[in-house]
Design a protein around this ligand. Structure first.
Ligand code: MD3
Ligand code: FE
Length: 203
């Protein structure tokens, strides 16, 4: 079912669960071409979360800053293509949340192991904030923090579970958000890990 968490934020419980095995096979194929790596932040910290991307644009970070790039800096080659089924699924989820016509050009793939976290941040490296972002969670559950438009705003906490799709846009597009350290455990399909896909219109 669809749960509206805020004016522009909708959680689609378990929507991707039936597709998990196919998604995981796609992720493994993408990661064979563009391996998961730990990006370095502009401040010089190695991220605990391992990332890769698919689509026309991929998200990269180094000492120069955060940005989207057509080229995977690891291989010097374009990122793997976004599977058509992924683009369709993200468009379908956005549509259910009230954002018609969403066609992502980038999918950031984040991999967490127990203890990994993502500090509170805004997603603001994309060119057009009128498009929503669609996030799809697989594997171990994570507690995410949904803040406000200022870093200082109080955060609500919510658990994202295997198969959940979260869509946020409109007035919520620039909310601060983060992920608390992943608790230990093992998922029948993914093992001791959580993978999150975030679909964006970046260019
Ligand atoms: C944004 N990823 O890659 S997505 C990211 O689970 C990122 O890997 C996280 O943030 C992850 O940039 C979180 C989930 C999320 C949930 C609610 C939000 C992002 C949100 C509300 C407003 C803005
Ligand atoms: Fe984010």
């Amino acid at each position: 079912h669809a749960e509206r968490l805020a004016a522009g934020t909708v959680l689609l419980h378990g929507m991707a669960a039936p597709l998990a095995a196919a998604l995981l096979a796609d992720i493994q194929r993408i990661a064979a071409q563009a391996p998961f790596r730990h990006m370095v932040t502009p401040g010089g910290y190695r991220m605990g979360v391992a990332t890769t991307s698919c689509g026309t644009l991929g998200w990269v970070s180094d000492h120069h800053g955060y940005r989207y790039s057509r080229i995977d800096p690891g291989s010097g080659q374009p990122w793997p293509a976004m599977p058509d089924s992924w683009r369709a699924l993200a468009g379908d989820a956005a549509n259910r949340a009230g954002f018609a016509g969403f066609v992502p050009d980038a999918c950031l793939i984040n991999r967490y192991v127990p203890g990994c976290k993502l500090s509170l941040h805004q997603d603001k490296d994309e060119r057009d904030f009128s498009a929503p972002i669609v996030s799809l969670s697989l594997g171990l559950p994570a507690v995410f923090e949904l803040g406000g438009l200022r870093r200082s705003a109080r955060c609500a906490r919510l658990t994202l579970r295997h198969g959940d799709i979260l869509v946020w846009g409109g007035p919520d597009r620039l909310r601060y958000h983060g992920v608390l350290p992943l608790a230990g455990g093992s998922h029948p399909l993914l093992g001791e890990c959580r993978i999150n896909l975030t679909f964006r219109l970046a260019g």
